[in-house]
Design a binder for this molecule. Structure first.
Ligand code: SF4
Length: 381
């Protein structure tokens, strides 16, 4: 076990596109933190490995007070051996990230910040029902830099209804001018059950055309590369040495523990998740009767995940590991289905001269990544 994820499901209000579990029951926050600390204790006997990454995500973790963040961090140290150079990420909403709060996070040991900026356009932020403004996002980045953070990530979204390529270019250019070390960018998704999807179904908004969405993605790829960012995962860019170590572990199939409502854990074979309900989680932890959902992954499911997550990264899928872990049959299946994409220039094999071959997407493959993944994953028993 190398990573611990702590889920903080609180938000002051719901964004219209959000399909994640979160709650506005902020009065339960301190009880929730105690429940999380109790769950951390439960896992302490399950691992002898050092923890090399800690990630507090949400929801909106920056709604925690500094004392609450400290309480969680100290509990992690009480329960696990934490590597001295561990990456400790916390997500935050820009309007919570005051100079005083950021100084406090640094003092607790947070060394990586992930900010949910989404856009630098106030009209879009308001459309999304985000609670911060563009100027608050800019101030939050400046405050974080002044507080000494040298590993800052910002999240952006593209493909808003009515958004033009020029408007997206401005967002990208602004983000790249800030001196942050990491960017994540996702196209706006229409998740089932969200207000955004209801607006689409009522015909109040229109989805952006696929071609425009691809042009937006392509602009970001080129602009980020020109500024020295490595496009190390389909939706993630980092300056050298600033890739998210925590998320990279997920993509490499490394086991992790997730605590909190709706959090998932994975031990390399089985995955389990906590209830997506704040009060069920808290009461379950308080009474020692928490019911988790367990899922045993068979070799075929593990193969599918291995290929899908590997292809999301620019490192690709290790062909040696593919053969040794999943056997010759699945290896052959993968290569047979990859061959037409290799022939068409959408995939390539790199590293053969070092006897460490990796199968990965080429730039042309990035734009049809979902189709390629499904070709390689669609295994028939
Ligand atoms: S702040 Fe994040 S988790 Fe909360 S509603 Fe908005 S998108 Fe969802």
């Amino acid at each position: 076990m190398t990573g611990i994820y702590v889920h903080i499901p609180f938000c002051k209000r719901r964004c219209i596109y959000c399909g994640f579990y979160s709650t506005v029951l902020l009065d339960e926050k301190s009880r929730y933190v105690e429940a999380v600390c109790r769950e951390l204790t439960e896992y302490s006997s399950l691992t002898g490995d050092e923890v090399s990454t800690i990630y507090i995500g949400g929801g909106t973790p920056s709604l925690l007070t500094l004392d609450e963040v400290r309480r969680i961090r100290e509990q992690i140290s009480r329960c696990y051996r934490v590597d001295e150079g561990a990456e400790f990420t916390m997500e935050g909403n820009p309007d919570d990230l005051t100079a005083e709060y950021l100084d406090g996070l640094r003092a607790i040991g947070v060394n990586r910040l992930s900010m949910g900026v989404q856009s630098f356009d106030d009209a879009r932020l308001s459309f999304l029902h985000r609670r911060h403004t563009s100027s608050q996002a800019l101030a939050a980045v400046r405050n974080a830099q002044t507080a000494g953070f040298d590993n800052i990530s910002i999240d952006l979204m593209f493909g808003f209804p009515g958004q033009t390529l020029d408007e997206w270019r401005q967002d990208v250019d602004t983000a790249l001018s800030l001196g942050v070390q990491h960017l994540s960018a996702y196209s706006l998704m229409y998740e089932e059950g969200t207000s955004l999807t209801a607006m689409l179904e009522r015909g109040e908004i229109e989805e952006v055309a696929d071609e425009l969405s691809l042009q937006m993605y392509e602009y970001l790829i080129d602009a980020a590369a020109a500024k020295g960012y490595d496009h190390y995962e389909l939706s993630n860019w980092a300056l050298p040495g600033r890739q998210s170590r925590h998320n990279s572990s997920y993509w490499q199939g490394v086991p992790y523990i997730g605590v909190g409502a709706a959090a998932h854990s994975y031990d390399g074979k089985d995955r389990w998740s906590n209830p997506e309900n704040l009060l069920s989680y808290i009461k379950g932890m308080e009474s020692g009767t928490l019911v988790r959902d367990y899922e045993h992954l068979d070799p075929q499911q593990r193969y599918d995940e291995y290929v899908m997550t590997g292809l999301r990264t620019n490192r690709g899928v290790s062909l040696c590991q593919l053969r040794s872990v999943f056997g010759q049959k699945l290896f052959d299946y993968c290569m047979t289905n990859a061959q037409p994409h290799i022939d068409a220039g959408r995939m390539e094999i790199v590293g053969e001269q070092t006897h460490q071959p990796f199968l990965r997407l080429t730039r042309a493959g990035l734009f049809v990544s979902n189709d390629i993944m499904s070709d390689l994953m669609d295994v028939e028993n």
